[in-house]
Design a protein around this ligand. Sequence first.
Ligand SMILES: NC(=O)c1ccc[n+]([C@@H]2O[C@H](COP(=O)([O-])OP(=O)(O)OC[C@H]3O[C@@H](n4cnc5c(N)ncnc54)[C@H](O)[C@@H]3O)[C@@H](O)[C@H]2O)c1
Length: 385
Amino acid sequence: MMGREFASAAARWLHLPEMTVRPEIVALCNRTLDTPRVQWFRRHVPTLRQVTSDYRELLDNPAVEAVYIAVPHHLHAAFYTAALEAGKHLMGEKPFGIDREANADILAAILRHPDCFVRCASQFVFFPAVQRIGKMVEAGAFGQIIEVNAGFLHGSDLNPHKPINWKRIIEYNGAYGVLGDLGPHVCTVPFRAGWVPRNVRAVLSNIVRERPDGRGGVVPCATWDNATLLCEAEDPASGSVFPLTLRTARIAPGQKNNWYIEIYGTRASVRFSLNEANTLQRLEYVPGGEATWQTVHLGHEVAYPSITAEIFQFGVGDAILQMWAAFLYELDRGEGSATHSAALGSPETPGRFAGCATPEESVLWHQLFTAALESQATGTTVVVR
Ligand SMILES: NC(=O)c1ccc[n+]([C@@H]2O[C@H](COP(=O)([O-])OP(=O)(O)OC[C@H]3O[C@@H](n4cnc5c(N)ncnc54)[C@H](O)[C@@H]3O)[C@@H](O)[C@H]2O)c1
């Protein structure tokens, strides 16, 4: 699924007139080659010169400078580490290792290969409304943070007849269940803002406990379907401690693919949901004045300029294109070029929230999700470390 999204983004590179670097897909690896998906790549990617079922062959190819690895979670550590040992730049996928130990192995390989540029895919931060929220965080516009709620809600697992797949099997998806699959996306904005949980009380649920196996039988489905994490987080800007609620759900009735964030502060508040992807709800408060929500309609206000008219609406495919622009921008100009100097006030750089998720942020995901599993098992609040 995600490999094809990348191929589509690469094919739409002509949307990005200011990019001085572009991806060319020269090699493809899939465990089986005689599938409609591989045929799709052969048909639509004319630059493809190598197609192999052995990732080691692809990593031996000197024409490959960077790799995007979108495989089931149990393969992350072995594949990412091998890519780094082969000296390739890496765009990995979340959760960047099936568990904390696998994540530590990947981080150790990154330390051994400081010349490799490494990031993790997470596209929702590139929505124009979220970029605006990021600029508000950078400007300290919220005042003292009162409360932050972020989440990612899917609904299709409500159907008990939906067949099982690798994301619903602990061996391939990991013990985190929905947290490993959807949780990293939920963490991206709070963690980039520096709002990292100190502790967590997690309530996880396994609602549908068996599923069709797709071959006429029924098998156990032991992964967590839904997770609600109530955390205490500290705002490094004001020093205030506030409740941060992170929700991930595969069984949220009525939802399809709803990533959302709400930030409530003493001076400003915002609400954004993918269900209204081009709308930002914003409240600016002056002491003694009225607290009134405003609706701001957004079009294509993007971090990496696009030929698309600014009034045209933005979608998930556009966010994936912006995410790849962020990866290549930093790969080309040097680590931190997209994010660091903006923090120092340079108008030319895309901004602190316009960079892909970092390996260091993935370590924080794993600390949080591991603590969440312990919290669920013990029924207690667990310190995140
Ligand atoms: N950024 C996002 O929005 C997003 C969305 C979905 C999935 N993901 C992540 O992307 C990754 C892949 O998920 P997906 O939904 O694309 O899965 P998928 O099942 O659609 O694709 C996984 C691919 O890996 C291949 N594969 C499996 N074992 C292999 C091996 N040994 N050698 C070579 N290829 C092998 C499979 O053949 C398949 O083509 C996961 O880490 C997942 O969490 C990210």
